[in-house]
Design a protein around this ligand. Structure first.
Ligand code: B12
Ligand code: SF4
Length: 427
C-alpha cells in the first residue's frame, strides 16, 4: 500500500442523543470538502464512521474530524483506534469543541488541532505536510469566504438530511457567520461577522432546489440584525421562489422588516427569547426588552409568520419569580392560533431547555475564574456530562443551580412548563 498520496476522510460524527441526526446537514465538512475537491485533493465525507472496521480507512493519509462538545468521546475513540491500528494516518481535529476545549484536546495525541474556520488551515496541513505547527489557527477574510466554492450539496448527499418547515422538505444555508451581540451564555458572542454576498446565497439556494428542496432554513444568528442586510438578502431570495425559516432578533424586528421577510417567502422565524424575566435578560446582556420580544411575536404573527421561541431555565439569578415571568411569556406566545400564508390555522412553538455552561461563554469564564458576583453554581463537574442541552424526547442535561433553585428544581419547573404548554412532548 502506497501512503504518499494525500487523501482525506472528513468525518461528521453521529449525534446519538438527538431525536434524529439526519435533519441538519454538516455544513462545516461540506464547506471543507468542496474546497478540497476544488484544489484537486482527494476527499471523502464519512457520516457514519465504522468503528468496528477501522481497517477500511487504510488508504487515507489524513482523517479530519469535525466535533462539537457532545461528540468528543467519539472523536477521542477514533483517534485512539487510528493511532493503534493505522498509525500512518494523521488525525486532525476541528470544529467548535477544538476551539473552546483546546486545553483538553491538546493533551491528546491529535496530529493537528485547528481552531476556528478551517479552510486555509486544512489546505496548509495537506499541502505543506511536516513543517506545520500542531495547533493551527489561520483566519480567513470575508473575501476568502466569498471566493471559496459553495458547500458540497450533491443531491445524493444532501437528500440524506431533511428538515420539515410546515410540511415543506427543507435544508440549511448560512448567510453569515459570527455575531456582534454579547449574550453572556453564548460561545459565539462578540465573534467576527462574515457575510456571504447575496449572489453566493442565490447560488446555494439553486443548488438546494436542484436536490429537490423547496424550503430553506437560514441558520445564521443575525439574519434580521440590520434592515439593509434584510433588504439585500430578501431581494435575492425572492428570485428563487422558495419558502423559508430564518432566525430573528427582537431588538431589530420592525413591521417593515417582517414585511420584507414575508414577501420573500418567510413562513417561520426562530428567535432566542431566553427568558420572560427582564431581570434575567438584562443580566445575560441580551440588550432587549420583554416588550420588544412580545412585539416581535405580534409583528410576525400578524403577517402569518409562525414564531418559535428558544428559552432556557437556569440562567444566573433564576428564581421562582423569574420562572413565573417565563410562564407568562409562554402564555402570551402560545395563546392564539392564527392563519399562515396558506390559510391554515397554526400556533407558535417554543423550546425550553436548561442552560448548559459550555467553556467559551462569559458565564462559564466567570464561574471558573471565581471573579465577580454571579448567582449561578455548578452542582457537579459539567465536563463529565455528555454535553448537550437538548436531547431525545425533550430531555435536557445540565448541572447548574442558583441560590434559590437546585438543578432538580429547575428541571421540575421545566417539565411543568412543558406539560402545561406542550403536552404532546414525552418526558
Ligand atoms: C447548525 C448547527 C447545529 C446543527 C448541526 C448540524 C450538523 N450536523 O453539523 C444541529 C441543530 C444538529 C446542532 C446541534 C447541536 N448544537 Co449546534 N450549532 C449549529 C450552528 C448554528 C451552525 C454550525 C454550522 O454549520 N456552521 C457553519 C460551518 C461552515 O461552520 P463550522 O461548523 O463551525 O465549521 C467550520 C469550523 O468549525 C472548522 N471545522 C469544522 N469541522 C472541522 C473539521 C476539520 C478537520 C477542520 C480542520 C476544521 C473544521 O472549519 C469549518 C469551516 O470554516 C452553530 C452556531 C454557529 N453559528 O456556528 C451551533 C453550535 C455549533 N452548536 C452548539 C451546540 C451546543 C449544539 C448542541 C450541543 C445543542 C444540543 N442539542 O444540546 C447540539 C450538538 C449536536 C452534536 N453534533 O453533537 C454550539 C457548540 C458548542 C460546543 N462547545 O461544541 C454552537 C457553537 C452554538 C452555540 N453558540 O452555542 N447544531
Ligand atoms: S445568543 Fe445569538 S444574538 Fe446572542 S451572542 Fe449568541 S449568536 Fe449572538
Amino acid at each position: 500500500m502506497q501512503f504518499n498520496t494525500v487523501k482525506i476522510l472528513l468525518v461528521s460524527l453521529r449525534d446519538n442523543f438527538l431525536d434524529s441526526d439526519r435533519v441538519m446537514p454538516p455544513m462545516g465538512v461540506m464547506s471543507l470538502h468542496s474546497l478540497m475537491l476544488d484544489r484537486g485533493i482527494e476527499s471523502t465525507i464519512e457520516i457514519d464512521f465504522d468503528f468496528d472496521n477501522i481497517e477500511k480507512y487504510i488508504s487515507y493519509s489524513h482523517i479530519g474530524i469535525s466535533c462539537m462538545t457532545p461528540q468528543r468521546d467519539q472523536a477521542y475513540k477514533i483517534l485512539d483506534k487510528v493511532k493503534k491500528k493505522l498509525p500512518h494516518i494523521k488525525v486532525i481535529l476541528g470544529g467548535p469543541h477544538a476551539k473552546y476545549y483546546l486545553t483538553d484536546c491538546s493533551k491528546l495525541p491529535f496530529d493537528h488541532i485547528v481552531i476556528g474556520n478551517g479552510e486555509l488551515a486544512l489546505l496548509e496541513i495537506l499541502n505543506n505536510g511536516k513543517n506545520i505547527s500542531r495547533i493551527l489557527e489561520i483566519p480567513i477574510s470575508v473575501e476568502d469566504m466569498n471566493q471559496f466554492p459553495i458547500p458540497y450539496r450533491s443531491p445524493e448527499f444532501i437528500q440524506q438530511y431533511c428538515f420539515d418547515i410546515q410540511g415543506i422538505p427543507s435544508t440549511t444555508i448560512l448567510t453569515a457567520k459570527g455575531c456582534p451581540m454579547k449574550c453572556t451564555f453564548c460561545e459565539d458572542a462578540k465573534s467576527k461577522v462574515f457575510m456571504y454576498k447575496a449572489s453566493n446565497i442565490g447560488q446555494q439556494i439553486e443548488q438546494a432546489k436542484e436536490a429537490g428542496f423547496r424550503g430553506i432554513m437560514f441558520f445564521d444568528d443575525i439574519f434580521t440584525l440590520s434592515k439593509n442586510r434584510v433588504k439585500e438578502l430578501t431581494q435575492e431570495i425572492v428570485k428563487h421562489d422558495i419558502y423559508y425559516r430564518c432566525f430573528g432578533h427582537a431588538r431589530s424586528m420592525t413591521p417593515e422588516i417582517a414585511q420584507m421577510l414575508v414577501d420573500s417567502g418567510c413562513i417561520e422565524t426562530g428567535f432566542g427569547a431566553e427568558s420572560g424575566s427582564q431581570k434575567i435578560l438584562d443580566y445575560v446582556e441580551k440588550r432587549v426588552s420583554l416588550k420588544q420580544q412580545m412585539d416581535y411575536v405580534e409583528i410576525c404573527n400578524e403577517r402569518g409568520i409562525k414564531v418559535k421561541a428558544f428559552l432556557m431555565l437556569g440562567l444566573p439569578g433564576e428564581d421562582n419569580n423569574s420562572i413565573q415571568e417565563t410562564r407568562k411569556f409562554l402564555q402570551f406566545l402560545m395563546k392564539n392560533s392564527f392563519k399562515n400564508r396558506f390559510g391554515r390555522e397554526i400556533t407558535n412553538d417554543f423550546d425550553l431547555t436548561l442552560f448548559f455552561p459550555y467553556k467559551g461563554t462569559q458565564i462559564r469564564d466567570k464561574i471558573d475564574g471565581g471573579y465577580g458576583e454571579i448567582d449561578l453554581f455548578l452542582s457537579q463537574n459539567t465536563d463529565l456530562l455528555s454535553g448537550f442541552y437538548k436531547g431525545t424526547n425533550g430531555s435536557s442535561e445540565s448541572a447548574v443551580m442558583t441560590s434559590s433553585l437546585t438543578t432538580q428544581q429547575l428541571e421540575e419547573s421545566r417539565q411543568e412548563l412543558l406539560s402545561e404548554f406542550k403536552p404532546m412532548v414525552v418526558l
